[in-house]
Write a protein that binds this ligand. Structure first.
Ligand code: HAM
Length: 416
């Protein structure tokens, strides 16, 4: 058969058993943490008008310039598969009016970026993100960072580090650009082609170029805080002080700028040793986006879930492996027992006991093989004798022990 028939699009994957159960457990634990922190879920469409992203992420960013899946719909309108969640959540909050001013929202779902696929980098990937709206306030930034770290704790992660920096306020931008341009100009010829372009279009991005030769040059640039006003430096100090009060140790990384233009003040990134070259487990920051006649301000983060799964597999193998052996498999000897088992399966399932059974007429051996494959803990075996006696043979698949149990006692035994 033509393999293209069953291959998903390059860089995109099906998520299914057995891994899906770890995804579900991580999401379940996260939803509970977010409830405790006072966030509610929002599910926005996967498609948006393209201008939402060009306006909010910035039209010189890599995401907008190189990575968006953009196409025209039948009416000729330009649509884009969301490359991230913040812009859509801001659009949603814009529609809420005054009620949205202090909205606290989270989202879980697929994002799309047309990047070169490699380990930990997909074209369809999943983010769990949080956005807390409100005017700049160091306490809000510290609270959201604490939430993010609490999520990692709930997942049993330990191998991550937090890098933090400030992008300053919009009014610092001219001085920061000037300061960086002065520092970079003497080295312009030695910078990579991308950075030579960034020098003109988005000079901050020089600081996080991945090329070793560029990194050596920017390592000697003064930190951007040197070009910022006192208010921006104090804001950063306040965030660090409040994080300290929450027992959180953040490393200030003056080269951290993040790749999206909407950031102001605090930005941060979480890295994890399990991730190899694509080591960013999560990123976040405070942002400011003008939409219509209003400016939206908030702070938030997004965790890459494919990467979180890799990190959990390294740090918390017990959680990653846990596939609880629960439930029962019903085995029938003969047609009458099989029909009786159909009723029994319904009764068990309604009573909260997961169970499966062979629906066709198959040998005892084949049914036992299916029972083993199912991961069930118990096998319930019935034939004519058991039906007549009102009992079932109950076998524990873990140790092979088998015993006749009256039908009336079965539910309690299976739940034990
Ligand atoms: P971001 O840094 O672009 O931020 O993405 C956040 C996380 O998504 C990354 O740290 C990474 O774990 C994951 N990620 C990004 N691209 C890929 C990919 N191609 N394959 C797999 N995982 C990927 C944002 O998206 C911002 N919206 C975060 C934010 C929310 N800032 C404020 N609020």
């Amino acid at each position: 058969m033509d393999s293209a028939v069953f291959q998903p699009i390059q860089g995109m994957s099906d998520l299914a058993a057995p891994e899906i159960s770890l995804w579900q457990r991580l999401e379940h634990a996260a939803r509970e943490v977010m409830r405790l922190w006072g966030f509610t879920e929002v599910r926005t469409p996967l498609l948006e008008y393209t201008h939402l992203f060009t306006r909010s992420l910035g039209d010189t960013t890599d995401v907008v310039q190189k990575e968006m899946y953009t196409f025209a719909d039948r009416g000729g309108r330009s649509l884009t598969l969301r490359p991230e969640g913040t812009a859509s959540v801001i659009r949603h909050v814009a529609g809420l009016g005054a009620e949205g001013d202090d909205a606290r929202l989270y989202y879980v779902g697929p994002m799309f970026r047309s990047e070169r696929p490699q380990a930990g980098r997909k074209r369809q990937f999943h983010q769990l993100g949080v956005e807390a709206f409100g005017a700049p306030n160091p306490a809000a930034d510290a609270e959201v960072i604490a939430l993010q770290l609490r999520l990692f704790e709930a997942w049993g992660l330990s191998g991550h580090t937090l890098d933090l920096n400030t992008r300053g306020m919009p009014e610092d931008r001219a001085a920061v650009t000037q300061g960086l341009a002065d520092a970079a100009r003497p080295h312009l010829g030695a910078l990579c082609e991308d950075c030579q372009r960034r020098f003109e279009t988005n000079i901050l991005r020089l600081l996080d170029c991945k090329k070793e030769s560029c990194q050596q040059i920017v390592a000697n640039f003064p930190p951007t805080t040197q070009f910022m006003g006192e208010a921006s430096r104090k804001y950063l100090d306040d965030v660090l002080r409040l994080l300290g009060k929450l027992g959180i140790n953040a490393k200030v990384n003056p080269r951290l700028v993040r790749g999206l233009d909407y950031y102001v003040h605090t930005v941060w990134e979480i890295r994890h040793g399990a991730l190899g070259a694509q080591d960013a487990l999560a990123g976040g920051g405070r942002y400011q986006v003008a939409l219509g006649d209003k400016t939206f301000q908030g702070v938030g983060f997004a965790i890459g879930l494919e990467r979180a799964i890799m990190a959990v597999q390294q740090d918390n193998p017990a959680l990653a492996a846990a596939a609880p052996q629960t439930g029962a498999w019903l085995v029938a000897l003969g047609d009458i027992a099989r029909e009786a088992n159909l009723q029994l399966a319904k009764q068990f399932r309604c009573a909260g006991i997961a169970c499966g059974m062979e629906l066709g007429a198959r040998s005892m051996k084949a049914q036992m093989r299916a029972a083993n494959r199912s991961g069930a803990k118990w096998v319930v075996i019935r034939g004519d004798n058991e039906l007549a006696a009102g009992t079932a043979a109950l076998k524990n698949l873990a140790d092979g022990a088998q015993q006749d149990v009256p039908l009336a006692d079965l539910e309690a035994r299976l739940k034990s």
